[in-house]
Design a protein. Structure first.
Length: 528
């Protein structure tokens, strides 16, 4: 009897010791039970086993897994309100390769103790390790964007190229139709987040073809492989106060260029109604005045106006904004109403908008403002509550108009008379060509005559005879010597005849009466 009582007491004591050392049972909620086995899968903290999965089942609506786990008594203090559980398995992510040790031992669940004073026995198991532990120092911020899948958990947060944080969580706000991305920025870099800090996507390789040309930007190897997000305060913008409260929301921009384009807070909206194609004009395209950017195209197009009979309007509305701070630093202090009045006066003086090609390769267009002559006085209209800046045709439309005007001038020329005159000239030219062709045929017939073919031979023979004859008059030939002697004798005879010829010239009858040397008698004068 005593031994039975002793055995019963020992059993009660052992049961009490088992229950007392067993620790609490926790409920874990998982998205999937892959690799989780009841009675085998362990729960570890710093690679020390602190519990075991005891039961695994589907939830009542079958959309998740509910697992029960028995935690050791010594680990009960780890079950705080901010404790974290996640599955450890082989994983390749932005931060590297992890969980290789589970290839042989199998998956397990890791426990990260919390710091809260409140105990908790139900937890949601994360699919990936948390970016920051509950006791990590830093700041959490939330970025909003209209599209999902812009960032993934674990991607780096960069500041001037240095990794200062990680993307911690992604979610979707279906009420506001916004994707939200939670970042954790580690201390001491959390002091770099200010009231006017801007965040933008860092894609690693950024290729752009727009009105400004072809741009390529390459980031770090990590961002090339996985992407990321960068932040900073834009130039010439006051940073504001330092953010010390977590979970503040910021807008996520596509890139740094998008940040710069949206840093101007003072602007005026206007509408331009184009009567030409706006293909190639995109939201974000520049609005320029003689090559200086003064604004941005905001919406292309606005809702198309429809007339009373249901037909579309000929004009395409485009919404632009004139960013006052771009025009001049001085205008930052100028009242927007005064600037608007100045712009209206300039419109009356001939300020007009037009579409121009910014890049011939991409066909990207931009809006250009300039003064034009002979455009009439501009009248301020309104469209959907916005004031309208008058436009003129530009780009290819202007070229088409100039070609049309040229063709109109050509049509006004006396082309029929010119063509008739040209036809007459062509007929005369044809007649001349026919005559020339006939002459050529006659000449060809003459050249083909056998007698004509003998002319060169006869001519050659005559030339040879002439050459033989001329050879007889050579300086060394006898004939030349005889001819020279005859010329000499003739010269001597002429010298001898010279006195006779002189006498005959003086007294022609000297050859008959001779020359007695007496002068001719002179008759005497008679008496009166």
């Amino acid at each position: 009897m005593d031994s039975a009582i002793l055995a019963f007491g020992m059993g009660i004591w052992m049961l009490f010791q088992y229950i007392n050392s067993r620790g609490p049972e926790v409920t874990l909620i998982l998205s999937d039970a892959s690799g989780i086995v009841a009675g085998k899968t362990e729960i570890k903290a710093r690679n020390v086993t602190v519990g075991t999965i005891t039961k695994v089942r589907l939830s009542e609506n079958y959309d998740h897994i509910i697992a029960k786990a028995q935690i050791n008594k010594q680990a009960e203090r780890m079950l705080r309100e901010d404790s974290q559980f996640w599955i450890v398995e082989p994983h390749i992510g932005a931060s590297g390769i992890s969980g290789l040790e589970t290839l042989l031992s199998g998956s397990y669940i890791r426990l990260k103790p919390g710091l809260s004073n409140n105990q908790k026995l139900e937890f949601e198991v994360l699919d990936l390790p948390p970016v920051a532990s509950p006791d990590a120092k830093g700041i959490r911020v939330v970025l909003t964007h209209s599209e999902a899948n812009k960032l993934s958990v674990g991607e780096p947060v960069l500041h001037h190229g240095f990794t200062v944080g990680r993307v911690e969580k992604t979610s979707y706000d279906y009420e506001n139709r916004l994707a939200k991305y939670q970042l954790f920025i580690f201390a001491p870099y959390d002091s770099l987040v200010f009231e006017r800090t801007q965040f933008w996507l860092e894609s690693g390789i950024d290729v752009k073809l727009n009105a400004s040309g072809f741009n390529v930007k390459v980031g770090s190897l990590e961002t090339v492989l996985t992407g990321g997000v960068a932040f900073d305060v834009p130039e010439n913008i006051e940073a504001g106060t330092q953010m010390k409260t977590s979970m503040q929301e910021f807008k996520l921009f596509e890139d740094y260029t998008d940040v710069v384009e949206h840093k101007y807070s003072d602007f005026l909206h206007f509408v331009m109604l184009f009567e030409e194609s706006v293909r190639g004009l995109r939201a974000g395209a520049p609005v320029e005045y003689r090559g200086v950017r003064i604004g941005t195209v905001e919406t292309v197009p606005l809702p198309l106006p429809i007339s009373g009979d249901g037909t579309l309007s000929k004009r395409i509305p485009v919404l632009i904004r004139i960013e006052v701070e771009r025009v001049s630093e001085v205008l930052r202090q100028t009242n927007l109403k005064q600037f608007k009045e100045r712009l209206e006066y300039q419109i009356a003086q001939g300020l007009r908008g037009t579409l121009k090609t910014g890049n011939l390769v991409t066909g990207a267009l931009f809006v250009d403002l300039d003064f034009y002559e002979d455009v009439g006085e501009g009248k301020i209209e309104e469209f959907l509550g916005y004031e309208v800046i008058p436009v003129i045709a530009g780009g290819f439309a202007q070229i088409q108009r100039q070609i049309s005007e040229f063709l109109d001038k050509v049509n006004g020329l006396p082309l029929e008379d010119t063509v008739n005159s040209l036809n007459g000239t062509l007929r005369a030219a044809q007649s001349t060509l026919n005559s020339a062709d006939k002459v050529a045929q006659d000449l060809e017939a003459i050249l083909a005559d056998p007698e004509t073919k003998e002319i060169p031979a006869e001519l050659n023979q005559s030339l040879e005879q002439l050459q033989t004859t001329l050879a007889g008059f050579d300086a060394n030939s006898p004939m030349y010597q005889q001819l020279q002697s005859a010329v000499t004798e003739l010269e001597q005879v002429m010298q001898q005849l010279e006195p006779v010829l002189k006498k005959v010239n003086e007294k022609p009858n000297a050859l008959v009466f001779g020359d007695d040397g007496k002068p001719d008698p002179i008759p005497t004068r008679g008496d009166k």
